[in-house]
Each structure stands twice: as C-alpha cells, then as structure tokens.
Write a protein that binds this ligand. Structure first.
Ligand code: SF4
Ligand code: SF4
Length: 461
C-alpha cells in the first residue's frame, strides 16, 4: 500500500528539535586521542571476553574481544600498546571490563582486515558473515547485533526500512551522513535488498532534513538503486522502530512483538554505512560519528572519533564546557543516560554527548500527579503512564506487569508533556528492571521446586 507523508502513529510529542547548533556543520575528524578505553560490552547480549592483555601490540581493526551467544566481536580502534585490561566507568552505568590502548599514532591497519575480491559476487550468507566479523550492531543506540537481526529475519520480511528519522532533539550525525556519505547509505541499502531478496528498501526520513533526502535521491537515480526515500512528518518518537514501521507500512507491531511480526526489518542510517564498509572493504566498526552539543558545550560539533574515545576529549575538541555545566548525557535528551563523569568513552551506540547548564534543570523534588491525562495521550505505545508510575513507586510488580510496562520503550514522551514533572521515565526504567529481576527469581524458584519434587519422587521409588 502506497503511503503519503500524512501517515502517522498514535501519541508522540513535538519538542523543539534544537538541531540548528550542528546540522550545518560538516563531520570533523577528531584528532586521534592519546588513549582509547574500549568497553567489552557495546551490544545487546553478554559482554565479550578480552583477547588481549597488557603489553600486547594491536593494530586498527584487530579483534580484541570475542562474543558468546548473542553479541558481536570488538576491534581495536587505534594501533598501539594495550596498557591495561580492567573495569572502567561505563556510559550505560557502573563499570565494565575495558581494553585500554595507548595510541602509537601510526594508524597501522591489521592484516585481519581484508576486502573481498568481488563484493557484488557475495551470497547473502557471506554478506551476513562479513557483517558478523565486522562487529556491527544497531548504531542508533539499540546495539542489537546486526548479523543476528538479519539472519533471523531473512525469509520472514518483505519490508526493509532504513531509519533516517533521527527524531531526538540535538542529534544530527545521521543527517550529516545523508549529506556527506549518501553513496555509503544507498550502497548498504542495496546490499540489504539483496540479502533479504526484496525489490526495494525504504528510507524513512523526517521532513526537516530535505537536503538529506535530496542528496540520497540523487544517488538513487544515478545508480538506479532499489531504494526509495519516504519523507515523514516530524514527531517524536518517529524513529522508534515500531512507530517507523507504522508510519511506513500502516501496520502496527503487536504488543510485545518485534517488527518482524509484521514483515519489517529496520536498520539505522549509520548501521547501513557500516554494512557497506564491511562488505566492500572488510572494515569492522572502529569509528563513530558523535554529535557534541547542548548549552554546556562552547562550540557544538559533529565529530568522527575512534570507538573508546573518552568524552572529555570530545569536549576539549569543542572548546571545552561552560563553567555552569550541570548535566552530562550520553545520547539524546529524551532517551539518553545521565553521566556522573566525562571519563566514560564512546561506544558503538553513542550517537550524541550532550552537556547542559544549570538553568535548564527543571526537575521537581516531590512531584505530585494532577491526573491531567496528558501522559496517556502522548504515549505512542498506548500505555497509561500515570498508573504505571503509581504501581512502580509502590513496588506493585504484578499490577505493573498487567499494565504492560515491558512494552514501554522509555521514549520519555510522557515525562516531556507532564506538567507536574513527575519522574515517569526514570521510574519505568527501574520498574522494568525490578520486574525482570522478579521474573528471574520466580523462574529460579519454580525450577528449584521442580528439582526437589523430582528428587523426592526418585527417592520414593
Ligand atoms: S516512556 Fe514509556 S510510558 Fe512514557 S510515553 Fe514512552 S513508551 Fe509511553
Ligand atoms: S501527565 Fe503527569 S500529572 Fe498528568 S496524569 Fe500524567 S503523570 Fe499525572
């Protein structure tokens, strides 16, 4: 079914996009940092096991972390000497085992990085293998391993979507990529069409990036690529996978389901570029484009830096932080994670690093819900945030489960519209974790009970 730009999803909000600070600034290459700190978890799944130890010499693109089960390998982003392998502060919270590499500034490429003789002759399986070896994950922040997403969806998917919505305020890395690297996006999308055996791939882009849409359309026409660009109305969270699928296909992903349930697979713009580089050059994910912005940043920029670059190096390259800087966030202002230090480093899913001054802090110490219902109207997942908040704050976990909290995508739209400034999203993050812990404990108790019964039964025989 052909959709027009009017196609929409339920709920959502219209925050000021705040993109003007960086959307006309070309991507700059960061001067190589003296040291990178590469966390062994930059993907959905268990952390990688480090393959190197202190004193080892490593080259760019060399595998330094191996995954087990669901995951993706991790590669050195600079050449140099491994200084230490130890837990370091982590942008997703707490500490994470990390490989610290002292840069020798030689930028030596590993012999492990090999381009295939003829990328266009690769089979779908060979392309998926190249994507796996390159350690590609959802670069928009979801960090789900891309090889696992593709191999589990081949044969079940008829609509492949590239997510160019970039709906979070401040972030402009995908927009700049559309303008500066449209060949990589269209090339990656063409390989995805081949892998999935579909006639065309749809790139969904919010209509505040018209020059990005034009740049990609030009390449599509030149290459006669099996790709179409679909402009979308600006509305947060347009870039949520389920909302994007609905805007493009008119179909809704069922509660608790994935896009594959309605025949869709969604990939981020920079994930698509990474797919192109993996298939054509054998190049793993070693760099990331990061928007550094917010009222606390002296000169906001889009920077491309090695994975593992400390946030402090990014701020230094942007003229430093204003004296009144109060808050640091990894990611966008709606879904990002607040940081207590600038000593954390850029991971594969880090799309932005934001700093805000004190006068933008609008939290309320003891917020009281006034039952206005605005959060219900804003929730794109049809949830009832005001009730979920009550259940979560009172540890009513069964009620929280019945209220479908696990469908909450933590988009922050409810918190954005709440006039009482109730800490909704924060409460849902912790509520979901408590529920996951309870489910795991219930499962363990049920297994222990079953084992005890079996033992008793065996003893009675
Ligand atoms: S954070 Fe969760 S509850 Fe709030 S609007 Fe987003 S999906 Fe709905
Ligand atoms: S928007 Fe805020 S104040 Fe209004 S019902 Fe929801 S939680 Fe309560």
């Amino acid at each position: 079914m052909k959709k027009t730009m009017a196609q929409a999803f339920f709920g959502g909000v219209h925050p000021n996009d705040m993109k003007a600070a960086t959307n006309e600034k070309a991507i700059e290459q960061l001067a190589p940092p003296a040291e990178v700190v590469i966390p062994m978890s930059m993907h959905f799944g268990a952390p990688c096991t480090p393959l190197v130890k202190a004193g080892d010499h490593v080259k760019v693109g060399q595998k330094i972390g191996e995954f087990h089960g669901l995951g993706a390998p991790i590669h050195a982003s600079v050449s140099g000497t491994v200084k230490v392998v130890e837990p370091r502060p982590y942008s997703m919270g707490g500490n994470m085992m990390s490989v610290v590499i002292e840069n020798d500034f030689q930028n030596e490429l590993s012999e492990e990085v090999k381009a295939p003789a003829d990328p266009d002759a690769l089979t779908a399986e060979e392309m998926v293998e190249a994507i796996k070896n390159a350690g590609i994950v959802g670069m928009g922040g979801a960090t789900f391993p891309t090889h696992a997403k593709i191999s589990s969806a081949i044969g079940k998917v008829d609509t492949v979507i590239i997510n160019g919505a970039e709906c979070e305020p401040y972030i402009t890395g995908d927009h700049r990529t559309m303008l500066e690297r449209p060949e990589e996006i269209i090339g990656g999308a063409t390989y995805l069409a081949k892998m999935f055996g579909v006639d065309r791939v749809v790139i969904g882009v919010e209509d505040n990036k018209q020059n990005g849409i034009d740049a990609m359309n030009k390449v599509i026409a030149e290459k006669k690529a099996p790709v179409v660009v679909e402009p979308l109305r600006c509305r947060y969270p347009q870039g949520g996978e389920k909302q994007l699928c609905q805007a493009i296909t008119g179909k809704q992903v069922p509660p608790g389901g994935l896009p594959a349930a309605i025949g869709c697979a969604v990939f981020n713009i920079n994930t698509t570029c990474a797919i192109f580089r993996a298939i054509t050059q054998g190049m793993p994910v070693v760099n990331k484009i990061v928007t550094v912005s917010g009222s606390g940043v002296v000169e906001p920029k889009n920077l491309e830096c090695p994975i593992g670059t400390p946030f402090s190096c990014l701020f230094d390259a942007c003229g430093g932080l204003n004296d009144k800087t109060y808050k640091l966030i990894a990611g966008g202002p709606m879904m990002g994670m607040a940081q207590y230090t600038a000593d954390v480093s850029v991971g594969k899913g880090t799309g932005a690093v934001l700093a805000f001054c004190e006068n933008e802090e609008q939290t309320v110490e003891h917020p009281q819900c006034i039952r206005c219902g605005k959060c219900v109207a804003a929730c794109p997942m049809h949830l009832e945030p005001l009730f979920m908040y009550q259940y979560a704050s009172k540890n009513m976990l069964d009620e929280l489960n019945d209220a479908h909290i696990m469908d909450c995508m933590e988009c922050g739209a409810c918190a954005y519209v709440c006039p009482a400034r109730v800490h909704l999203t924060h409460m849902f993050k912790t509520g979901k974790q408590k529920l996951k812990d309870k489910m795991a404990a219930d499962r363990a108790a049920a297994e222990a009970k079953k084992a005890a019964e079996e033992k008793k039964e065996a003893a009675n025989k």
